[in-house]
Design a protein around this ligand. Sequence first.
Ligand code: FAD
Length: 279
Amino acid sequence: MNAATNSTAPATARAERQILTPTNLHDALVMRAEHPEATVINGGTDLMVDINYRRRAPELLLDLSRVAELRRRRREGAAVRLGAGVTFATLEGPPFLTTTPALSQAARTVGSQQIRNRGTLGGNLATCSPAGDAWPPLVAGLAEVEVASVRGRRRLAVSDFALGPKKSALAADELVVRVAVPTARGPQAFLKVGPRNSMVISIASLAVITDTERGELRAAYGSAGPVVGLVRLPLADARDLPDAVADACRPIDDVRGSADYRRQALRVLAARAVERCLR
Ligand SMILES: Cc1cc2nc3c(=O)[nH]c(=O)nc-3n(C[C@H](O)[C@H](O)[C@H](O)COP(=O)(O)OP(=O)(O)OC[C@H]3O[C@@H](n4cnc5c(N)ncnc54)[C@H](O)[C@@H]3O)c2cc1C
């Protein structure tokens, strides 16, 4: 276990920032239990923005970036198990393009290459933003999140992990450790709309997953409600998906787009995604 002092704190900040740097998961969980007040950091691509804009000023950081267990990924039966520290850069390439295509396509759209090199799946989930790009593929894919503490581990459906914008089901002593994503059982697509192609928060996002085993089509939409929403339809009713998504979503007007625009954007994205998946 290591504790380091950050010498890069702004000159105006008087308090020194302490950083806990566990190198294995056991130590990380012990430190989390001993310091529930510590702020977790992995890639830092969300947290450092908050620190730089002085929205948060954590005095103690728990840095997970050296915990090798969190970067592991492996195929286990009909699911891919991804450590919370797996980056978008890893997810955008093989084998994920074929095993979990919607998630891989979403990873490809995140930020820039630098952000994808640092930004992690666990960080995206823990931030719990309805605009987080990992969310729609994971919700539509019926993925499960594994969280752990010194008390033990628990698994929950990814849609139960999000309680609201920036509010997750994570207890103060818990960490996101893994995500289990069922492998593709049919074509998948991820699409999003933003003011430009990259480096923006999406105005609307959508993942569509065809599940030939269950005979259903699932669509999960982001940036159009307090949490990412899910619509399920029998495969035979695929043509109804655009209207079903537009009816189910609960977008708001904000600086990035109006509720009407978002609803219409999702209708169009759903039609395109169905075309891609079922042509
Ligand atoms: C320029 C820029 C562009 C971006 N573009 C996109 C984009 O297109 N799409 C998108 O979805 N996001 C985007 N982001 C946001 C960010 O890159 C992602 O949300 C990323 O997945 C965050 O992961 P991280 O490891 O960097 O998280 P961090 O910043 O390290 O942490 C984020 C939050 O999660 C918590 N946390 C991290 N790991 C864990 C864990 N294992 N257990 C418990 N809590 C944890 C932290 O305490 C913190 O609250 C962008 C960010 C920037 C700066």
